[in-house]
Design a protein around this ligand. Structure first.
Ligand code: 5GP
Ligand code: 5GP
Length: 222
């Protein structure tokens, strides 16, 4: 039996703190709530599952002949609306975001995952990590206070067993805030330590003592 080999080395599994999509503009909220399900739960949301090479580069748009097809994921849409909502404006049902993620990244996982399995695998990875509880155990909560990058990393490492990469971005006061959490996942869908030579562009300042804000979802800004 010939096993088809993955044409990439590992995945980044990327989660987003939703408020960090909303507080970028001093004059108005820079996010829009989805048309289905209303305001997402106060929890991390999925950005995507991205095939990557060990040298830091990544394949994209690998199979234009296999576009996103909502019929192949019909049974998963309810979970995708809950855990993988689109926060872009204008308010939308998420199809554009899921289509983008499949076309850009999912098609590059195709030798391993078909369309249904790609979305299912991503949702299953989300079910395995409760970042908010991990952080809460270390006294880190989305209350508008700031915490060091190191404290955030350590809390997640202790709870999940692997060290994530933390990504930051400036909020509308130009203060660094917690934006995304990157995990490395191997081609059999297990969390693995990230290759230390791969320092993902994190924008969290020059050292792990940097303080970053963990904003309340919704109430810091109106
Ligand atoms: P950003 O510039 O916000 O970091 O990334 C923009 C987009 O580029 C992401 O949404 C994602 O599609 C892609 N991207 C950025 N960094 C990586 C990476 O390290 N690996 C992969 N596979 N995609 C990435
Ligand atoms: P990336 O290329 O960074 O993987 O995908 C991000 C693209 O999806 C951007 O073009 C962005 O406008 C769109 N998008 C739609 N909804 C969302 C969302 O809720 N979060 C993020 N990060 N991007 C979204």
């Amino acid at each position: 039996i010939m096993l088809q080999c993955a044409s990439f080395d590992f995945y980044y599994f990327v989660l987003t703190w939703p408020e960090s999509l909303c507080n970028l503009d001093p004059n108005k909220r820079s996010c829009c709530y989805p048309t289905k399900g209303g305001k997402p739960a106060t929890d991390f949301i999925i950005h995507g599952l991205w095939p990557n090479f060990n040298n830091g580069s990544f394949p994209k748009y690998c199979d234009p002949k296999n576009p996103y097809d909502k019929n192949q994921v019909a049974d998963l849409i309810g979970s995708m609306e809950k855990y993988w909502p689109s926060m872009s404006c204008p308010s939308n049902d998420g199809s554009k975001f899921w289509s983008h993620e499949w076309n850009k990244h999912g098609t590059c996982s195709k030798s391993v995952l078909n369309q249904h399995n790609y979305f299912l695998t991503t949702l299953n990875l989300r079910m395995k990590v409760d970042i908010l509880s991990a952080l809460k155990s270390a006294g880190i909560e989305p209350n508008g206070e700031s915490y060091t990058v190191k404290a955030v990393e350590n809390a997640i490492t202790r709870a999940i067993g692997v060290t994530p990469k933390i990504k930051c971005r400036p909020d509308n006061w130009q203060q660094l805030q917690l934006y995304e959490i990157y995990f490395c996942v191997n081609t059999t869908n297990h969390f693995v330590p990230c290759n230390p030579s791969l320092d993902h562009q994190a924008n969290c300042g020059s050292d792990t003592d940097q303080n970053i804000y963990f904003h309340k979802f919704d109430s810091d800004f109106s």
